[in-house]
Design a protein around this ligand. Structure first.
Ligand SMILES: [Zn+2]
Length: 291
């Protein structure tokens, strides 16, 4: 999750306030459920295991993702949402190396997961078992890297004119290339993108096998969201409920996102009040609250 509009000073200030005190974003009547997971700041000891589902689970043996790499920077490091299952750490390392090889500008990493997974303080809908990572399209100007302070405060501008209209003034065609490289490793289960971004990918790379993995979804207008499949050594990991459909999804399926009803739904979701919800985690997560 990240800022959604032009990154002005006022916006940056608000983004910083909401990131530190997410309940500020809610109305006074919103009740924020008790949630012990954000306070656990060290990985649970033991062999790496993703337990439960992407939206209701936890992580044993998580690894902290290195904050700086020549090919990426972690944003909002103070939130401590920079832990992942070792498979995701390896994926990110590999993606960074491939981006560097192709001469792409360093990418910015948003939310990954908490030290022991579980729901975040903002009740981000998934990212709970160390297998999800948000990657921003936005990046610093060529040759520049964000300072420590900027990494805590700069917001990600919206790459799409709402709601599902066209790429925004911030979009640059080369932003597709990091997405392309992220999409083809076999461990990637799917990648959530805004339908407009999928349309851009379909236009530029017609027939590419990796397009199939790009799944349009609400709320992904400033980042794409990589999701890995359950690792082999995680018998309690519950993977995707539905497999990714056959075909590249560039035809009728994509067109269905651009109907008036779909655009209205996108608006409704964007403006809907914040309603934090505590998911029911598997019993196997309970010991991770104490270890
Ligand atoms: Zn995400």
């Amino acid at each position: 999750m990240a800022g959604r509009t032009r990154p002005t000073a006022g916006f940056v200030f608000l983004a910083a306030i909401f990131s530190v005190f997410p309940a500020f974003a809610a109305s006074k009547k919103t009740k924020v459920p008790d949630n012990p997971w954000p306070a656990l700041t060290s990985p649970a000891p033991g062999a790496a295991e993703a337990i439960g589902g992407y939206g209701a689970g936890c992580l044993r043996g998580g690894e902290k993702v290195a904050a700086e790499d020549p090919s990426y920077q972690v944003m909002r490091p103070q939130r401590l949402r920079d832990f992942a299952h070792p498979d995701l750490v390896a994926f990110l390392r590999n993606l960074a190396a491939r981006c560097k090889k192709e001469g792409l500008e360093p990418f910015l990493l948003g939310d990954i997961g908490q030290a022991r997974g579980g729901p975040t303080s903002s009740f981000h809908a998934s990212h709970q078992i160390g297998l999800d990572a948000d990657i921003w399209y936005w990046r610093p100007e060529k040759g520049k890297r964000f300072t420590k302070e900027e990494r805590e405060t700069v917001g990600a501008p919206n790459m799409v004119v709402p709601y599902f209209e066209k790429p925004s003034e911030y979009w640059k065609p080369e932003m597709l290339e990091t997405l392309r490289l992220a999409s083809d490793p076999p461990e990637v289960e799917r990648i959530f993108v805004d339908p407009i971004i999928k349309q851009e990918a379909c236009k530029k790379y017609p027939g590419a096998a990796w397009l199939r993995r790009l799944r349009p979804l609400w709320g992904h207008d400033n980042h794409f969201h990589v999701r890995l499949s359950c690792p082999k050594a995680s018998p309690q990991c519950r993977g995707a409920k539905e497999p990714v459909p056959e075909g590249d999804g560039c035809g009728e399926e994509l067109a269905s996102w651009f109907t008036p009803a779909s655009k209205a739904e996108a608006k409704r979701r964007a403006l809907a009040p914040y309603k934090p919800r505590m998911p029911t985690l598997p019993d196997a997560c309970k010991p991770l609250l104490k270890d």
